[in-house]
Design a protein around this ligand. Structure first.
Ligand code: ADP
Length: 461
């Protein structure tokens, strides 16, 4: 009968609050574009950081020789070497090593962290085989990918603004991270030189552009998130007369800091309040891999407490922050079995809660709600960047093919997230324009990209 009111369950409320209909996505894209413009006008204002990278030219393909790349930006740190053979031979050989960052180093001192990195780099450099040819009399040059907000004033130096993504290293904020690395390399007796400091979005863009000249935007969706794009120097008032022969500069938007008009819930607010950087990186906390699992966990805990979702199961494990990771949500969402056996086992193994089929379906709805919101908002962010590029050159999107290069463990491994992101971009752009926008997964392009930028900024050129 028309008078009975459905009780508003936690799930119904969640879905309502996380909804991302087209008008909301369009508002987010518009706000992203406006915040970018504000950030290009002046530092310290209301806009996004919009960090100048001092990268004016993307790789041409003529780069030759042996170059190194070192990548610090999340849970893993990577070292890589590449032998470049110019236009014809391109990438002749590459080799890389990945090392996970010990947890205590994420909370230690700057010297401890950089000494660890220099030590691993020294070990790696000591093992060059016959495929790699080094010019005698030169120092080995490194492209250093450092994916935290940095204030650069040249291509090979940059002051750390702050740590993000769960890092809280003491004694490096306000310092030149290239100097920190150089000093650590000296302490390790390692004679190498950083010739380009970039973040992973810039490395990814350089790597993508090496293979496809239409790459103009790069996005990272991993533990954290960021995006960069090619901007006209004339549209960067805060650079006040800085000249570049190409008339362009890559700008690192630092879009993780964006927060306008996002559909947020009590779970987001509580997670933010409990984080090491409350009030900051709100977009990152809504769309990136470090957080999606934790948001879902908070929802499930509330449903356990309020709706008795898991019956009499003890919830003390479910109360532990970050016990559910984004890869867990992903694994559950790939379960196509009729009884959702994999969902049940994962929930039990990770959190100790018992579940029946209907509980498991509810859990999947929670995962989907959080992941859908994240993917669709990421798509709106991308369209915001494309709108900004459209301002400089009208009909830019309809005229030219534009490649958006995306990398990161979240985008690479989570098919549902990827689909939601693509759908959102398509919905926002409309069919005609979206044909011109190619979203490409560039796998591990950032390492090669950083090495390429080390080559194009070599002091021996
Ligand atoms: P990082 O961003 O730490 O440098 P990655 O780009 O490899 O490194 O991203 C790792 C992140 O990607 C993890 O923290 C996790 O959030 C996410 N991720 C990794 N594997 C999966 C997966 N199978 N499903 C969903 N997300 C994943």
């Amino acid at each position: 009968d028309s008078f009975s009111v459905e009780p508003i369950t936690v799930l119904t409320k969640l879905k309502h609050e996380c909804a991302t209909p087209l008008p909301l996505l369009q508002k987010v894209a518009d706000a992203m574009c406006a915040q970018m413009r504000a950030g290009l006008a002046a530092d310290g204002g209301p806009g996004l950081p919009m960090l100048p990278t001092y990268v004016h030219d993307l790789p041409t393909g003529n780069e030759k020789g042996l170059f190194y790349a070192l990548d610090l930006g999340g849970t893993n740190f990577r070292v890589l070497r590449v032998q470049l053979g110019g236009k014809d031979e391109r990438v002749i050989a590459t080799e890389f090593e990945q090392v996970s960052i010990p947890q205590d180093l994420m909370f230690g001192t700057s010297n401890e962290l950089f000494d660890f990195i220099a030590l691993r780099l020294a070990k790696f450099a000591a093992k060059e085989d016959g495929r790699f040819h080094f010019w005698p009399g030169r120092k080995r040059e490194i492209g250093f990918t450092f994916s935290f907000p940095v204030k650069q004033t040249s291509i090979d130096s940059g002051i750390l603004i702050k740590w993000t993504k769960g890092f809280a290293v003491s004694g490096s904020t306000g310092k030149d991270v290239v100097a920190c690395l150089n000093e650590a390399m000296e302490r390790q007796g390692l004679d190498m030189r950083v010739s380009a400091l970039v973040n992973d979005t810039v490395g990814t863009l350089a790597g993508a552009e090496y293979y496809d000249n239409d790459a103009m935007v790069a996005v990272i969706l991993g533990t954290g998130t960021n995006a960069c794009y090619v901007e006209q120097t004339s549209a960067i008032p805060k650079l006040q007369g800085h000249v570049s022969s190409s008339g362009e500069m890559i700008i690192s938007t630092e879009w993780g800091a964006f927060s306008n008009g996002l559909p947020l819930t009590e779970f987001d607010r509580e997670m933010d309040a409990a984080s090491i950087n409350p009030g900051e990186q709100i977009f990152e906390k809504t769309i990136s891999g470090m957080y999606l699992g934790e948001i879902a966990r908070r929802v499930l805990l509330k449903m356990a407490e309020v709706d008795g979702l898991f019956g009499n199961s003890a919830t003390q494990n479910l109360s532990k922050p970050f016990i559910l990771g984004t890869p867990d949500l992903c694994a559950m969402q790939q379960d196509n079995s009729s009884d959702l056996q994999a969902v049940g086992s994962l929930l039990y193994d990770k959190t100790g809660v018992e579940s029946n089929l209907s509980t498991r379906k509810t859990v999947l709805e929670v995962c989907d709600t959080i992941v859908k919101r994240g993917g669709r908002l990421a798509g709106a962010g991308i369209v915001g960047i494309l709108q900004k590029m459209e301002e400089n050159s009208k009909n830019f999107i309809s005229k030219k093919r534009v490649v958006v290069a995306i990398d990161g463990g979240l985008y690479a491994n989570y098919p549902q997230y990827r689909t939601y992101l693509h759908d959102s971009v398509k919905e926002l752009l409309g069919t005609e324009k979206s044909h011109k926008v190619v979203i490409e997964h560039t796998k591990d392009g950032s390492g090669i990209g950083a090495a390429l930028l080390a080559a194009s900024n070599s002091k021996y050129k």
